[in-house]
Design a protein around this ligand. Structure first.
Ligand code: XUL
Ligand code: CO
Length: 436
């Protein structure tokens, strides 16, 4: 008996449709900038929130109604979730998914038992991937729930915790490879500190780099060709996470010779927790050639924590897709809904409303971004704004033909550097609104 028996396959019905279980904008086969929407957006469903999320928070227990879980626990529950998850992805038409080792399979009493549980579930995942054609966007290891990781994993003061984490990532890389994963993500989990009074930061950062180099070596050893990502986040659970934002991650990767091996997986709510916009984080990554994948969600303006809501703001999705298109589109990465339904949205159908809304919001963002690019006025404005660098003294500076001495002579002769043009922020905001 299918878990979502009353829910039909979600189809594109166009913007006039009033059917809540239909796409109004996401039309998988429609071509936008030379590729289908399906290939431009590369949507992905996450296992942890969608299958394992129970609606609990620090003030209250689980609310979610999940009839397929009734009476089950441990490995039996893990087995029961697999076909439900793929039924969900199929009905939604999502081409990809992502998971942590410990979402798909339970913690065992020992590492050996955990690995056996994981092997059992990976067989089922593989069969369901084959049956449905849904592909693995990325895998990851969950290195933050178990008490052994209370001081961190790769940055723990306890070398045994580092060793355990290494063993876990080794296995997670093997199963990601086995499942044809297109990437592998490192999110810092508890890699940070709660107080500097007890922390040797330099030592912890050295260990984190060592850990990632070991992962790069092992990846080569097993012939895994997927893209590695590092996912920035400034806080939660620790007060300071070492991978605080895109710039901090890039600096760390460069300092430790890892820049060629990892790109960034950027998450909207993490960007806002860092005091940045998602567009800012994407531009920082894009400029460094490290724009990898998106964890597509959003926070709540009035709540200061990682609420992981589904993205519905068309300005946000437009900004995301403008930047994605600017840097040549998504290749190995995707639009991965690292997002959860609200605690009050406890029925299974809410999982559909949430994902349909997120997919439609990104489809609109993609179409609007493509229209803005086709129109060309925005790009033309930016180009024109920097035109003083295309000839004369600007070109001489850029080409390294002049130094301070020549510039002093130039300015003594010219006299003043009057602003050459208006920034036209309001004009540009109005221009963007023409399209939204
Ligand atoms: C945590 C978070 C993670 C990573 C994968 O805030 O975003 O779910 O995406 O570990
Ligand atoms: Co994430």
């Amino acid at each position: 008996m299918p878990a979502f028996a009353n829910i039909p396959k979600i189809e594109f019905e166009g913007s006039r449709s009033r059917n809540p279980l239909a796409f109004k904008h996401y039309n998988a086969a429609e071509i936008v900038e030379g590729k289908t929407m399906r290939d431009q957006l590369r949507f992905s469903v996450v296992y942890w929130h969608t299958m394992c999320g129970q609606g609990a928070d620090m003030f209250g227990s689980a609310t979610a109604l999940r009839p397929w879980e009734a009476g089950l626990s441990g490995l039996e529950l893990a087995k029961a979730r697999v076909p439900v998850f793929f039924e969900f992805c199929e009905k939604l038409g999502a081409p990809h998914y992502a998971f942590h080792d410990r979402d798909v399979a339970p913690h065992g009493q020992t590492l050996k038992q955990s690995n056996q549980y994981l092997d059992t579930i990976v067989k089922l995942l593989k069969a369901e991937q084959k049956r449905t054609g849904v592909k693995l966007l990325w895998g990851t290891a969950q290195l933050f729930v178990h008490p052994r990781f209370c001081h961190g994993a790769a940055t723990s003061c306890n070398a045994d915790a580092f060793a355990f984490a290494a063993a876990q990532v080794k296995k997670a890389l093997e199963v990601t490879h086995e499942l044809g994963g297109e990437g592998y993500t490192f999110w810092g989990g508890r890699e940070g500190y709660s107080t500097l009074w007890n922390t040797d930061m330099k030592r912890e950062l050295d260990h984190l780099a060592k850990f990632l180099h070991m992962a790069v070596d092992y990846k080569k050893k097993i012939g895994f060709k997927g893209q590695f990502y590092i996912e920035p986040k400034p806080k939660e659970p620790t007060k300071h996470q070492y991978d605080a934002d895109a710039a901090a991650c890039l600096n760390f990767l460069r300092e430790y010779g890892l820049k060629d091996h990892l790109k960034l997986n950027l998450e909207t709510n993490h960007a806002t927790l860092a005091g940045h916009s998602m567009q800012h984080e994407m531009e920082v990554a894009g400029a460094a050639g490290a724009l990898g994948s998106l964890d597509a969600n959003t926070g709540d303006l009035l709540l200061g924590w990682d609420t992981d809501q589904f993205p519905t703001d068309i300005y946000l999705t437009t900004q995301c897709m403008l930047t994605v298109l600017k840097y040549g589109g998504l290749t190995t990465g995707g639009v991965n809904f690292d997002a959860k339904v609200r605690r009050e949205s406890f029925e299974p159908v809410d999982l559909f409303h949430a994902h349909i809304g997120g997919m439609d919001a990104f489809a609109r963002g993609l179409k609007i971004a493509a229209a803005i690019r086709k129109d060309g006025r925005l790009a033309e404005f930016v180009k024109e704004r920097y035109s003083s660098w295309d000839s004369g003294i600007g070109r001489d500076i850029a080409k390294g033909k002049v130094g301070f001495k020549e510039l002093e002579a130039y300015m003594l002769k010219k006299g003043e550097a009057a602003p050459n043009s208006s920034g036209r922020q309001e004009f540009l905001e109005n221009l963007i609104n023409e399209f939204i």
